[in-house]
Design a protein around this ligand. Structure first.
Ligand code: GLA
Length: 641
């Protein structure tokens, strides 16, 4: 085996030597590189069986949920996907490798034909109800329940090979089966097979699984082979494209924020989990929310940060906790998270259906612009999140009290990039009451309360839009992060799996240093040589972002420079603006301490604007923190400088 590896390595080396030098990743592409495959122009909505039933799912339970979606009107609001999570399979048939369904819990799958079992009758029923069907699998050989739910009555059975129900070695065959033969529309692809079947581990020995050296080591990004994990998911994406050339599918990557997926998920799937599994506790909700909330620039139409399915209906989010239920739902809506309900809908109280069915909150999540809310005021106690709606004329704003005591929160018009001297109207999307204010307004939030408003007022930029207002129109092609680092800003809950038996809750999700709206990659105020900017893009050198000039703007303006917070104070950087691949404007080399340089580019008629920051050296030097201060697109050429 070792020999085989060395041979392979040698071949790779030779190919590399002869290969043409890799294209310059900072060279403008001149075309939109954001992934456009799949059917997720807005965040997927629906129901998932996992938080409701874990592996103890069955056909009646799922069809019961589907019926409630339709009867309650939720389906009409957009809750379309009915997703069957782990627990459905019994084995991979010896001989032809065809997956077999556990007909004891899915009786309609017992077709009696030569194929053994089929989900076709099940998906046909869902489709006839106007719904879409989703299924769960794993990108490795084995699924999560096979490592973590050993008490389950519904684990795969048979020989070691028969219990290898995951995609590994069967990508084409399984995708073909699920999408072409069974008619599914959505696939959730878990990753335990790449993480939890470690040679010599108890689970491998006791359950007689085939061991696999882990590609994902949950505790160490350096020991995780992110490129290999990405490659596995790319193979799934390619198979889906082949199976559904009409693009009518959704690929949900479930790698729990590991393997740097928060950076590349957007290029491979339609949604990607940004964290571990949610549990029905307040701090778990905070943890999962935080894992996605600062990643606004990485999401947009077709690809969404996924802080996990909702836990509404259970524990801290059951009907006895209406404040927490509304908060959980409002927060997921504000950050364009998928809205996947996951409790037993057949037996849930009407009050929960009313929350899920709030058309105004659903509409802000499903807004076609796809602009994820940006955290515009940030603290551990309270946050203000602002989301641009439509073409930028309206905003949604959420005031979120994270703590267990009442919080005083003053909302400024400027938080929403609205003028402080004109009246602002706020319409509360829960109570439907409206209030007006000019400049600022104080609120007292109950413990755990989230207020959500639609806001209208006079925009600060009447003739255009700040780039940080339109994250859905931005694709971060390169963020300049050279070595993935764990994000320390995610709420450090007492991990429900490890409790306090470890040394503490360690930062675990790579992505720290990624591009951010209105703050530096490390969450500081944007500032160049003492000049602070409330708006702008914070990014590292060695970066390239793409902006869709959908509204036909005429000019790009930005005050650019090395941010005062940079650790690398030696290296100068240069800022360039391209339109459809052509250089339109460029700064001189700018060093730490140089005043912000005013960059102006005529972008009229160009579709794709690209903003590049190059350092003069690479190698061992740290990237430079670069600021596109007040970066904005204007409809008519103006000169505010
Ligand atoms: C993992 C996933 C969950 C669920 C289970 C199924 O834990 O993160 O969402 O799919 O596996 O076993």
């Amino acid at each position: 085996m070792k020999l085989l590896y060395s041979l392979l390595a040698a071949t790779l080396l030779v190919t590399q030597v002869h290969a043409r030098p890799a294209a310059d990743p900072l060279a403008p592409a001149g075309r939109w590189e954001g992934d456009t495959s799949g059917a997720a122009s807005t965040p997927p909505m629906g129901w998932n069986s996992w938080n409701a039933f874990r592996t103890e799912v069955d056909e009646d339970k799922v069809m019961g949920a589907a019926k409630v979606l339709v009867d309650s009107g939720l389906a009409k609001l957009g809750y379309h996907y009915v997703i069957l999570d782990d627990g459905w399979w019994i084995k991979r048939r010896a001989g032809d490798g065809r997956l077999q369904i556990r007909t004891g819990i899915f009786p309609s799958a017992a077709t009696g034909g030569p194929d053994g079992t089929s989900f076709k009758p099940f998906t046909t029923r869902l489709h006839a109800m106007g719904l879409k069907a989703g299924l769960y699998t794993d990108v490795g050989r084995n699924a999560c329940s096979q490592a973590h739910d050993l008490h389950s009555p519904n684990l795969p059975q048979g020989t070691t090979a028969e219990r290898e129900v995951g995609l590994e070695g069967h990508v084409g065959q399984d995708i073909d089966l699920y999408f072409k033969q069974w008619g599914f529309d959505y696939l959730k692809v878990d990753a335990c097979g790449l993480a939890d079947f470690v040679p010599g581990s108890d689970v491998v020995k006791q359950q007689a699984y085939r061991a696999q050296a882990p590609l994902i080591e949950r505790a160490s990004i350096n020991r995780t082979d992110s490129a290999a994990v990405r490659g596995r998911y790319e193979a799934v994406a390619a198979a889906l494209q082949a199976a559904r050339p009409d693009n009518d599918y959704v690929l949900s990557i479930c790698a729990w924020g590991m393997a740097n997926v928060r950076a590349w998920g957007k290029d491979v799937g339609n949604l990607w989990r940004t964290s571990a599994d949610i549990t029905p506790s307040w701090t778990s909700m905070l943890h999962n929310f935080d894992s996605a909330a600062k990643r606004a620039l990485y999401a947009g139409p077709g690809h969404w940060n996924d802080p996990d399915i909702l836990h509404i209906g259970h524990g801290a989010f059951d009907a006895a906790h209406p404040v927490e239920v509304r908060s959980h739902f409002s927060l997921w809506a504000m950050i364009n998270a998928p809205l996947l309900v996951s409790y037993d809908l057949r037996n849930g109280p009407a009050s929960l259906l009313d929350v899920l069915g709030n058309p105004d909150v659903v509409a802000l999540n499903q807004d076609r612009g796809g602009h994820q809310g940006v955290v515009t005021y940030d603290s551990d106690d309270a946050q203000i999140i602002v989301k641009t709606l439509g073409d930028g004329g309206r905003k949604a704003v959420a005031l979120f009290n994270r703590g267990a005591a009442p919080a005083e929160v003053t909302l400024l018009a400027s938080h929403m990039k609205l003028s402080g001297s004109a009246p602002v109207t706020l319409r509360n999307l829960w109570s439907k009451e409206s209030v007006k204010f000019t400049g600022e307004k104080a609120f007292t939030l109950a413990p755990h309360e989230t207020l959500v408003f639609e806001a209208t007022g006079k925009r600060q930029l009447e003739n255009g839009v700040y780039l940080s207002e339109i994250p859905g129109a931005i694709n971060v092609a390169r963020d300049g992060v050279r070595q993935p680092q764990a994000d320390p800003t995610v709420h450090r809950m007492i991990d429900p799996w490890a409790s306090t038996r470890s040394g503490g809750a360690r930062p675990q999700y790579a992505g720290w240093g990624g591009a951010q709206a209105d703050v530096t990659p490390y969450g500081q105020t944007l500032q160049v040589a003492g000049q602070a900017f409330e708006s702008g893009i914070g990014i590292l050198s060695g970066s390239r972002i793409q902006v869709k000039n959908g509204a036909g703007h005429a000019q790009l303006l930005a005050s650019v420079g090395v941010d005062d917070s940079t650790s690398n104070m030696q290296q100068p950087v240069r800022f360039s603006v391209y339109g459809d691949g052509r250089l339109l404007a460029e700064s001189p080399a700018l060093a730490y301490g140089s005043k912000a340089h005013r960059l102006k580019a005529n972008i009229r008629g160009y579709q794709i604007i690209e903003l590049v920051v190059r350092g003069s050296k690479s190698g061992d030097a740290l990237p430079v923190v670069a600021t596109w201060g007040d970066a904005q697109l204007l409809r008519a050429a103006g000169d505010r400088f």
